[in-house]
Write a protein that binds this ligand. Structure first.
Ligand code: IPE
Ligand code: IPE
Ligand code: MG
Length: 246
């Protein structure tokens, strides 16, 4: 079904999340259910990206953070890891031009040093090409773990202190958050996980302090544009109190 984005935009109005995170889970089960290898599910999963990114961008969501590969996903069989990185390469090679044309700014969350050299190079090229774009901030979490991100942030601040550019006493919440990979992006408002499990799996732990959660049963390749709109409509109805009384 075609979504009338302009109409949805009017209905959601001010209640649009500024920053949405998605744990795109369930590709493997989607493939297994069809008697296919897990990599088939990962490919089907990448095919959902275009629609979800498009709607986010057209609605005027400021930032979309997608969990693509965790620091824990290295535990998987090498063949699956290789298939995933093959897909990431394909994605960054084939899609960047169109994202760039749509004013999308691509940024990677996670540790670049741990990536295969060709993937790292294509990610950096995508970041550089789109760096001056002012539309949707599209963050791809690759070799990302929230704890590893926090450790890197703390090391950055410690280096500043050691170089006497920063007073340890001056470290506050704002500086810590700014040192994370998501530094400069709006607060995470909504965190979606597909695939039916209800856990964070090391994604955006600090950023999710006051995020609304949506756990969706649909496996990621089955997460349609319409289901996404449903989650956004539900988010718009929620009463966020941030510790106060409202
Ligand atoms: C999510 O799908 C994609 C990655 C973790 C890379 P899974 O591969 O975890 O799929 P399930 O959860 O096994 O179905
Ligand atoms: C989370 O899914 C990571 C990504 C979607 C990239 P996992 O499938 O790795 O999470 P667990 O193992 O079920 O917690
Ligand atoms: Mg999974």
């Amino acid at each position: 079904m075609q979504i009338d984005v302009q109409k949805e935009k009017l209905t959601l109005g001010e209640r649009l999340p500024a920053h949405v995170g998605i744990i795109m889970d369930g590709n493997g089960r989607w493939a297994t259910k069809r008697g296919m290898p897990r990599a088939f599910g990962h490919r089907a999963g990448t095919e959902r990206l275009r629609g979800i990114i498009r709607i986010s961008s057209d609605l005027g969501i400021k930032a979309l953070s997608l969990y693509a590969f965790s620091t824990e996903n290295w535990k998987r069989p090498k063949a699956e890891v290789d298939a995933l990185f093959g897909l990431f390469m394909e994605y960054f090679t084939n899609e960047v031009e169109e994202l760039h044309a749509n004013n999308v700014r691509i940024r990677m969350l996670g540790e670049k040093e741990g990536l295969p050299a060709n993937v790292r190079a294509s990610v950096i090229a995508a970041e550089e090409k789109t760096a001056r774009n002012t539309g949707l901030a599209l963050n791809v979490a690759l070799n990302y773990g929230s704890r590893s991100e926090t450790v890197r942030a703390v090391k950055k601040l410690a280096a500043e202190v050691a170089a006497k550019r920063l007073d340890a006493e001056a470290i506050d919440e704002e500086k810590l958050l700014a040192a994370l990979d998501t530094g400069g992006l709006p607060e995470l408002d909504l965190l979606i996980r597909t695939g039916g499990d209800q856990r964070l799996s090391n994604f955006l732990l600090l950023q999710a302090a006051y995020a609304e959660f949506a756990f969706v049963d649909a496996l990621w390749p089955d997460f349609t544009d319409e289901l996404y709109m449903g989650v956004l409509r539900d988010f718009a109805q929620r009463n966020r109190r941030f510790g106060g009384l409202k």
